[in-house]
Design a protein around this ligand. Structure first.
Ligand SMILES: [Zn+2]
Length: 260
């Protein structure tokens, strides 16, 4: 059960390429509810404010989608839950609970994976965070925070989205590649240090995104990346699967239900 952030970089509002008119004029709600071949839920885009708060920005997007975002209340919740700059997926589950939002947090590790201790991304605050996070897991049931150790398939995810529900997903942002954004690859095969395996970042870079739809025909998923202020992103199903199951993520996914 890992955490995310800092984001590799932030994009200013209005910067970068926008969605082409043909894409942005696609139906916003279920394209065909009976078949579930195309889903694009109207989840508002909210950009993260700092390098560490992608998880909070995702939570705000979800709450706004559900019509439950009250900024003052949100700030109060952060204080009550004593959230710091180190935001783990379990923190987001508690946040959903705090707002009475039905949720289900699926992960491969109930607690902190000791194996991450020596990963550069986790090293900094590992010991203090380990105690805090393990405590949150221990208290989850009492606090009515639903956590399950389970593996989730893309079929499960698509079925969830087809019902009009969204999910916050922890990904390795060094792996996730948006097909709509024109930014150059962050890691290159021809880096000075020599060819990198599969042209991927060797290190885990945790980042939360909000999953909001998919197209079966195009074989892609739609998501909001809180690093951006002005767009919806899209990745191939295979790339998204690789990014969310990458070492370091524990395959954390927080399902959120709209009928809360
Ligand atoms: Zn994008």
């Amino acid at each position: 059960m890992p955490r995310a952030g800092p984001a590799p970089f932030l994009y200013p509002s209005g910067g970068g390429r926008r969605l082409s008119p043909s894409r942005s004029s696609l139906p916003r709600r279920l394209g065909n509810p009976s078949s579930g071949d195309f889903v694009q839920l109207p989840v508002p885009v909210i950009q993260q404010l700092f390098h560490w708060d992608c998880g909070l920005a995702c939570s705000r997007m979800v709450l706004r989608y559900l019509g439950q975002l009250d900024d003052a209340e949100f700030e109060r919740a952060l204080q009550e839950l004593r959230l710091t700059r180190s935001i783990w997926t379990i923190d987001l589950a508690y946040l959903m609970r705090r707002f009475g939002v039905r949720h289900r947090f699926c992960t491969q590790t109930l607690g902190v994976d000791k194996g991450y201790k020596n990963q550069p991304f986790y090293r900094k605050h590992f010991d203090a965070e380990e105690t805090r996070v393990n405590q949150l897991f221990a208290q989850a049931k009492t606090c009515k925070v639903l956590v399950e150790k389970c593996r989730v398939s893309m079929q499960d995810i698509q079925a969830h989205l087809a019902q009009g529900h969204v999910a916050i997903v922890l990904v390795n942002s060094g792996v996730l590649h948006c097909d709509l954004c024109s930014s150059p690859p962050k890691y290159c095969c021809f880096a000075p240090s020599g060819p990198r395996r599969l042209c991927r970042s060797p290190e885990y870079q945790g980042h939360f995104v909000v999953l909001r739809g998919y197209s079966r025909a195009a074989g892609c998923v739609f998501y909001n990346n809180p690093a951006y202020a002005d767009r919806m992103c899209s990745a191939s199903v295979s790339n998204f699967e690789e990014a969310r199951t990458s070492y370091g993520t524990d395959e954390d996914i927080l399902f959120v239900y709209g009928d809360s």
